[in-house]
Design a protein around this ligand. Sequence first.
Ligand code: KG4
Ligand code: ZN
Length: 349
Amino acid sequence: MDTETTCKNKDITILAIESSCDETAAAVVRNGREVLSNIISSQIDLHTLYGGVVPEIASRKHTERINQVIAEALQTADMTLRDMDAIAVTYGPGLVGALLVGVSAAKAISFASGIPLIGVHHIEGHISANYIENKELEPPYVCLVVSGGHSHLVQVRDYGEYEIMGRTRDDAAGEAFDKVARAIGLGYPGGPKIDKVSKEGDPDAIKFPRAKVADAVYDFSFSGLKSAVLNYLNSCEMKGIAVCQADVAASFQKAVVDVLVEHSMNALQECGMKKFAIAGGVASNSALRSALEEECARRNITFYHPSPILCTDNAAMIGAAAYYEYCKGVRHGYDLNAVPNLKLGDKKT
Ligand code: KG4
Ligand code: ZN
């Protein structure tokens, strides 16, 4: 029986592991869409002390937590390794030392148990988070992936088949949120804090630039916007003008949201697609969600988005992506390694 037939005739249960940045996570996922457990051990409090993720601390913490998080995922699902059809793990992109902890744990479990190993692309995981709560969602569709490390506008042609329409030229959207939050004294992680403070501010108070990349209409550039915010803060300080934190936050947020929405809608129009999804940490942003909801409704486009817990780094999304790889027959050997700069479409086969 080939793998595709196996997937149709039998439930496939996958233990998934994610450790690419500052979340140690493990989950048990059935048939790519049903989450039986989703354990996330966040290190955010530790890194907040330093104003951002410290790679060495992240790896050390992953090492301390990984076995317990995996055990908890199996226990919560009320299952043992014997019930698993595959062990999936994020092998890139991300921090190399952090990725290595998950990859080593997955390889060790796979080797000791004989259960097949599947390496998963982290961004493919973020995109696949949409399958968990939207059982009817199937490719093709357009997905905007906006996280701390990535900003991509992707055409999802089929499961595991992506065409990148646009990407950031410099800072990722989440990175811009984090840097601006630090500049206005909100601390780390900045995204959720800017989102909250913006509700008290006027998004039209300050005119910040909406950056365009001349030769690539779907690419993003956020470093100019970040500099514009810093320049605004400096000029206020020099002139002795008090800065309204909420107005700066709301105006910055609107500048990011406007660009993300405009590029997404243009991409949908060009592809002639009527399904649109968002993914990644920034996909939790309330202004972004409501602007996209409104624009999609106006254009008769169905808008999909994961719950905030599935937008942030988690292993359930890795289990969802791994299921479709499993069904295609993808299996990895014990030479699977962490690939910190892994590109979407550069998957190891
Ligand atoms: O996907 P994620 O958890 O990790 C990466 O793969 O990077 O994304 C984290 C990023 C951080 O930059 C954080 O500030 C941002 O997502 N973020 C938000 C919000 N929640 C998280 N940005 C804007 N608004 C939010 N509500
Ligand atoms: Zn992520």
